[in-house]
Write a protein that binds this ligand. Structure first.
Ligand code: TXA
Ligand code: MG
Length: 362
């Protein structure tokens, strides 16, 4: 029988996720304790058998991920929650019914079968049922629970295409299942259901009003609201600088017109002035903007992330635009703020982290 090892310098199989043969190969790898990257509707995941502590350990090695940062366990059937969680409160059941399969992760007290290596030593477990057909098929047909963080090197933007995964993981994992570009583009909303009042630990496509519509009051982890405070985020991964491009990213904010969604011209004027100063000093610069404003910038690298009237386009392209900045090898990146719309909170949470909270207000 083949055996698979996730040491560096192995050959990574790159295969289309829509073929039965690829899925069978992927299942074989996972059952042998190997690593398979696969598409989900949010971002690509880097999967291993969640109940095999040695397999989970390989995920940390391949990503260069701190060992105190727990993994999300992916399932394909809501009843699997009862195998992994010690208690399943009514509000969890209501959220599962409303949003699964989909971009929502719930935190519950863990059962002993979930190894500490998968939960970073925590007594709770993060569980999610993704809606991407390739992810569901892989989980269902393998009969496994699959631990999967985003399939990027720790600190880099999450991958939204199989090509992004290959950039970071070739030679470090056994297989990449290509399912094309993902639909949503930012990671799942995480809700902690272990306290009296459910709390959002990471904002995402499922928003606070959507959750409250189902289960009533929901709070937000205070560490997310005040990222500059010394509060410790309840999701350990939220404390790390994430998603950061290699160039220095700064967000330039000001009044954004909610009437036509175009950015205040003062912001554009300010960004153009900074760009000119940096270019004169010999630096390579990029600007991140939307379709509405792109024409107003005087810059060699104008990167359009989406359309302000369709926030989902900004979420879908955000990480690939940040990776593009690395490809262009720019020294400085200036981005407009994308706070408006339902997804504004989730998008700005990621963008501010990518910018190390660096903001200029004009
Ligand atoms: O959309 C997603 O959730 C993607 C796809 C692949 O499913 N996965 C993902 O995983 O974003 P990752 O590992 O990149 O982020 C997981 C986050 C981390 O911030 C981690 O600290 C938090 O979930 N987390 C995991 N288990 C937890 C727990 N028991 N308590 C609190 N936070 C937890
Ligand atoms: Mg991640």
């Amino acid at each position: 029988m083949d055996s698979y090892h996730s040491n560096n310098n192995l050959d990574t199989i790159f295969a289309t996720g829509n073929e039965e043969d690829s899925i069978l190969k992927a299942i074989d790898i996972l059952k042998n304790g190997g690593l398979v990257a696969f598409p989900t509707e949010t971002v690509y995941g880097l999967g291993a058998n969640a109940l095999d502590a040695d397999a989970s350990a390989k995920i940390y090695a391949a990503k260069g991920r701190p060992s105190d940062n727990p993994l999300i366990v992916h399932i394909a059937d809501t009843k699997d929650v009862y195998q992994l969680a010690e208690e399943v409160p009514q509000k969890a059941i209501m959220l599962m019914e409303a949003f699964w399969p989909g971009p929502l992760t719930i935190i519950l007290p863990k059962k002993d079968i979930v190894p500490d290596g998968t939960t970073g030593g925590l007594k709770t477990v993060a569980i999610r049922m993704p809606s991407h057909p390739v992810a569901l098929k892989l989980i269902k047909e393998s009969g496994l629970y699959i631990a999967a963080p985003s399939a990027n090197t720790s600190g880099r933007p999450s991958p939204t295409t199989a090509g992004h995964v290959a950039e970071d993981m070739t030679g470090r994992i056994d297989m990449i299942l290509d399912g094309g570009a993902v639909g949503i583009g930012i990671e799942s909303t995480i809700v902690d259901l272990t306290g009296d009042i459910p709390a959002i630990l990471r904002p995402g496509f499922i928003t606070k009003p959507m959750l409250e519509n189902i289960i009533g009051e929901v709070t937000i982890d205070p560490a997310l609201i005040n990222p500059d405070s010394n509060l410790r985020p309840k999701a350990p991964g939220m404390k790390y600088t994430h998603y950061a491009p290699k160039g220095e990213l700064t967000i330039v904010e000001g009044e954004t017109s909610i009437v036509d969604f175009t950015c205040d011209s003062e912001i554009i004027t300010a960004i153009n002035a900074i760009i000119q100063e940096k270019v004169t000093s010999g630096f390579k610069v990029a600007v991140i903007t939307t379709e509405e404003n792109a024409a107003y910038y005087i810059c060699d690298n104008v990167l359009i992330v989406g359309n302000r009237e369709k926030g989902e386009t900004i979420a879908a392209n955000l990480y690939s635009v940040l990776r593009q900045c690395d490809e262009l090898e720019v020294d400085y990146i200036y981005s407009e703020s994308f706070n408006d719309g339902e997804l504004g909170g989730a998008i700005m949470n990621r963008l501010l982290k990518a910018a190390g909270q660096r903001v200029i207000t004009v």
